[in-house]
Design a protein around this ligand. Structure first.
Ligand code: CA
Length: 234
């Protein structure tokens, strides 16, 4: 149930009928309303037309790839998206997250894991909606480091040595966690679980990818590598 007292509506875009039917049954069992599409083109149309609260989007799809569906969807819609990706395709995951996917899950997945991620995303979407318009900027919103990073966690403005830095949402979240834990050597596992809000299993190399992006946009010494542990901002 959402705040309007109605059940959330979830679209499944997946060409493998076995998976999509299984996910549909599980979602209905949990009380969600569902829609289905079996190719990228009809999935995109349905996602734009259907007033969904969340979209589960497979990457390998006929007609239009999941990444292309996401790219076109994001021009018009902020509906939360969970990508279904193949194992070991870090590029797809990073591309997908940077293009505005809220999360991804690797096939084959346990249905309980998918359901848990859906609950997290729907809850975050609800609380974001509830908070919309009510927030006052506060001095707590400013994080800064001696190396020259300054970030405003309200406006999401980031600068390095006084120069504005454009970060993607995921880069921002990761940098924010490191800034909030200055002086603490953070393991990749902890960074993942704090950035994503639940435990990831063995996907820690994605943290290295984001750290590299942040360094490219600022400087190498902004984030220190702690050998055998992870990363730290001093
Ligand atoms: Ca597929």
């Amino acid at each position: 149930m959402n705040t309007n007292g109605t059940s959330s509506k979830i679209l499944i875009i997946e060409d493998e009928e076995k998976i999509s039917r299984f996910v549909e049954l599980e979602l209905r069992h949990e009380g969600y309303e569902t829609g289905k599409a079996a190719d990228g083109r009809s999935g995109l149309e349905e996602a734009l037309a259907g007033d969904y609260d969340l979209v589960i989007l497979d990457i390998m799809l006929p007609e239009l790839s999941g990444i292309e569906v996401l790219r076109r969807l994001r021009r018009e819609s902020a509906v939360p998206v969970i990508l279904l990706t193949a194992r070991d395709s870090v590029t797809d995951k990073v591309t997908g997250l940077d293009m505005g996917a809220n999360d991804y899950i690797t096939k084959p997945f346990a249905i309980e894991e998918l359901l848990a991620r859906i609950r997290v995303i729907l809850r975050n979407a609800e609380s974001a909606q509830a908070a919309h318009g009510g927030a006052e900027p506060s001095s707590d919103a400013i994080l800064s480091s001696p190396s020259g990073i300054e970030m405003n966690t309200d406006s999401h403005a980031v600068s390095y040595k006084g120069k504005a830095v454009e970060l993607t949402n995921r880069e921002f979240i990761l940098l924010k966690i490191l800034m909030e834990n200055r002086g603490v050597a953070m393991t990749r596992e902890r960074l993942l679980s704090e950035a994503w809000g639940y435990d990831y299993y063995g996907e820690t190399n994605i943290i290295d990818v984001y750290v590299r992006y942040i360094r490219q946009k600022t400087a190498d010494d902004v984030i220190r590598t702690i050998r055998g542990v992870g990363y730290m901002i001093e």
